[in-house]
Ligand binder design. Structure first.
Ligand code: ADE
Length: 253
C-alpha cells in the first residue's frame, strides 16, 4: 500500500515511520510512505501557507494553493483522499478494514484553525476523526490511522492471527494476559493457565473476555450477543453465569 502524507510538520512523522512493526513493514516493502511538506509547494515568496478566515474569527486557515499544487505534484489527483479532522467520520475497525483494502491513500494533516473548505470540496476529501477531542494538529491522528490500517495489511503482523484475537475483532474486549514469573511480589498467575489443558484455558479466556466487556463496554457485549455467535455448551454456560451475576441492562435512550 502506498500512503502519501501532506503535512506542514514532516519531522513529527518521520522518526515514527522507521520504528517497530511499521518500520518492518516499510522495510519489507508492504507499505510505502511518502511525506510531502505542504510548505515546499507554496507559491508565496515567504512560503506562507495560511491566512486569516473570511468572516472573521480566531486562528489561521490553510490556503488552497499549496495543497492543490502538492496533490498535483505527487500525482495523487485520482486517489482516495482523507483529511484528519475532529468533525469527520469516526475511525472504527469497520472503516479501518475498508481503508486497508485500498492500494493508495492520501492523507492531509491540518493545522491552525482548519483548512479552506475548497480543498475538501474540490478534491472530494473524506473527513476522518479519531475521537471526540481536539488535537493541535492532524499529524497524531494521521499516525493513528496509518498504524491501525497497517496492521490489517496481510504480512504486517508477524503472527497473522494475532489481530483476530484482540478486542474489537472478535467483538469482545481481550482477556487478561500473563507471562513469567508465576508469582511476582505475592501476585500469582491464575492456576488454570499452567495445566496445559487447552480447553480449560480457552474457557477461562472466554470468561475473562466476557466479564471485562460486560463491565467496561456493555454496548459491545449487547452487539456481540445480537449476532448470535455459535457457542459450545460450555461457553453458553459461562455466558449465562456471567449474565446472571450482572444482567445486561437495556441501552438507555
Ligand atoms: N485534528 C484535530 N483533532 C482531531 C481529531 N480528533 N481527529 C482527527 N483529526 C484531528
Amino acid at each position: 500500500m502506498k500512503i502519501h502524507i501532506l503535512t506542514l510538520f514532516p519531522d513529527m512523522i518521520l522518526p515514527w515511520i522507521g520504528q517497530s512493526i511499521l518500520g518492518r513493514a516499510v522495510e519489507n516493502g508492504l507499505i510505502d510512505i511518502g511525506i510531502t511538506n505542504i510548505r515546499d509547494h507554496s507559491a508565496d515568496k515567504h512560503k506562507k501557507t495560511d491566512d486569516t478566515p473570511y468572516g472573521g474569527g480566531a486562528g489561521m486557515i490553510l490556503t488552497p494553493q499549496p495543497v492543490f499544487d502538492a496533490i498535483t505534484a505527487i500525482g495523487a489527483q485520482h486517489r482516495r483522499k482523507i483529511y484528519m479532522s475532529p468533525r469527520g467520520r469516526q475511525l472504527d475497525q469497520t472503516y479501518i478494514r475498508e481503508l486497508a483494502g485500498e492500494d493508495e491513500l492520501v492523507i492531509l494533516c491540518g493545522h491552525y484553525e482548519g483548512v479552506d473548505q475548497r480543498i475538501l470540496d474540490a478534491w472530494e476529501m473524506e473527513e476522518v476523526s479519531i475521537g471526540d477531542y481536539i488535537l493541535t494538529g492532524g499529524e497524531l491522528a494521521c499516525m493513528v490511522l496509518i498504524d491501525t490500517v497497517a496492521r490489517m495489511i496481510p504480512g504486517v503482523l508477524g503472527n497473522e492471527s494475532a489481530h483476530l484475537e484482540e478486542s474489537i475483532y472478535s467483538g469482545l474486549l481481550e482477556y487478561d494476559q500473563y507471562t513469567k514469573p508465576r508469582k511476582y511480589e505475592g501476585w500469582a498467575v491464575p492456576e488454570v493457565l499452567f495445566g496445559g489443558n487447552h480447553k480449560m484455558i480457552r474457557l477461562w479466556q472466554w470468561e475473562s473476555s466476557l466479564r471485562l466487556t460486560q463491565q467496561r463496554r456493555p454496548d459491545l457485549l449487547r452487539a456481540f450477543l445480537k449476532k448470535a455467535p455459535p457457542l459450545t455448551k460450555e461457553e453458553k454456560k459461562i455466558l449465562d453465569s456471567v449474565l446472571a451475576r450482572e444482567p445486561l441492562l437495556e441501552e438507555e435512550e
